[in-house]
Write a new protein. Structure first.
Length: 346
């Protein structure tokens, strides 16, 4: 265990000063693209205007003989990237033969353009400690002006069991994403779906003298997402739902994203352009919700003390804090999205 006094000191001579707080930036959708695919790369400037985060993927879905091309392609994308989206990457897992070159190349050749490095299959704080020290050394070598942030993916039972330790492992920690497919395999769950519910995971009504007993499909990921959200919140970082694999089922995708939003996630992955608008819709508060939150805050005053009745509903310090959360998110999104700014009247 490192001393708290040392936690915010650079891990390498010449590395940038560690962050004391992870700034909130809209990241409703983390949109993945393959940097080795020229057609996808050609669409980057257009997509960067539509998404909050654009992520160059180097890991799963990139074939072994394309790993180097994807890495080099991302460096090329970064060299001309101007946003307005954030630019993230997902490197190969720490047990792979590619990850060291991924980190070395990206930090030294594109470190000023990349905001966050997503690390897959994180199982404990030791994985983050390794990445933390290596990034500091590479930042010092390349003269990077600010520390790169780190985002972990929960894809194993051990990672879930140690999620609180992972979130607290480094000042670089930006957030955590759920990786349902790998996690399902590691847990020996009997599902081949990528995220979402399962018709076999259900509860049934008690017997009521009739044969027709209704069933209700349940969410396989509720426990994991809730635990991940708590671990992130207690460490001042952000939780994300991961991929929803059935691209055609936009209704279920929206439902799953909304469940995550209501539980406290700030965004989700988008694997196809059709999911971009779903994530934008779900992870942006409804205008009516923002108007209500603004009314509560206005009537209670800036300190939020005491209690008032508004339309027959009691509002006190707790609901004041809830409304402040909604308003803060709406204000951040309004600075990024003129349409939302008009809808929110902020």
């Amino acid at each position: 265990m490192r001393s708290p006094k040392d936690f915010f000191r650079p891990l390498a001579v010449g590395a940038p000063q560690p962050l004391r707080e992870i700034p909130f930036r809209p990241s409703r959708m983390i949109h993945f693209f393959d940097p080795s695919n020229p057609k996808m790369v050609a669409k980057v400037p257009d997509i960067a205007d539509k998404v909050d985060v654009l992520l160059g993927n180097l890991e799963d879905a990139i074939q072994a003989d394309n790993k180097v091309a994807a890495r080099e392609g991302l460096v090329q994308v970064a060299s001309t990237f101007e946003g307005p989206a954030q630019l993230w990457t997902r490197v190969n897992d720490l047990g792979s033969p590619w990850v060291l070159d991924d980190l070395t190349t990206l930090v030294t050749q594109a470190g000023e353009k990349i905001d966050v490095i997503m690390v897959p299959k994180v199982e404990g704080p030791e994985d983050i400690h390794y990445v933390d020290r290596l990034l500091a050394q590479l930042e010092a070598k390349a003269g990077i002006s600010r520390p790169l942030q780190v985002h972990a993916i929960l894809e194993t039972a051990q990672g879930v069991a140690r999620v609180e330790e992972i979130c607290a492992a480094s000042p670089r920690m930006q957030g955590i994403s759920l990786g349902p497919a790998d996690l399902a395999a590691n847990r020996r769950m009997k599902t081949t779906r990528v995220g979402g519910g399962h018709p076999g995971y259900l509860v049934r009504e008690d017997p009521n003298g009739e044969n027709d007993r209704k069933t209700y499909q349940q969410d396989l990921w509720h426990y994991t997402v809730a635990r991940m959200v708590d671990a992130c919140a207690m460490n001042g970082i952000y939780a994300y739902y991961g991929p929803f694999g059935d691209i055609k089922d936009v209704v279920a995708c929206e439902d799953q994203f909304r469940n995550a939003y209501l539980l406290g996630c700030v965004g989700a992955w988008s694997l196809h352009p059709v999911q971009i608008d779903i994530a934008k819709k779900v992870f942006s508060p409804e205008p009516a919700e923002v108007a209500w939150a603004k009314r509560v805050v206005d009537e209670m005053g800036e300190d939020g003390r005491g209690a008032v009745m508004i339309d027959g509903k009691m509002q006190d310090d707790a609901t004041f804090k809830q409304c402040k959360v909604v308003l803060a998110l709406a204000q951040e999104l309004a600075t990024r999205d003129p349409e939302l700014a008009a809808a929110y009247q902020l």
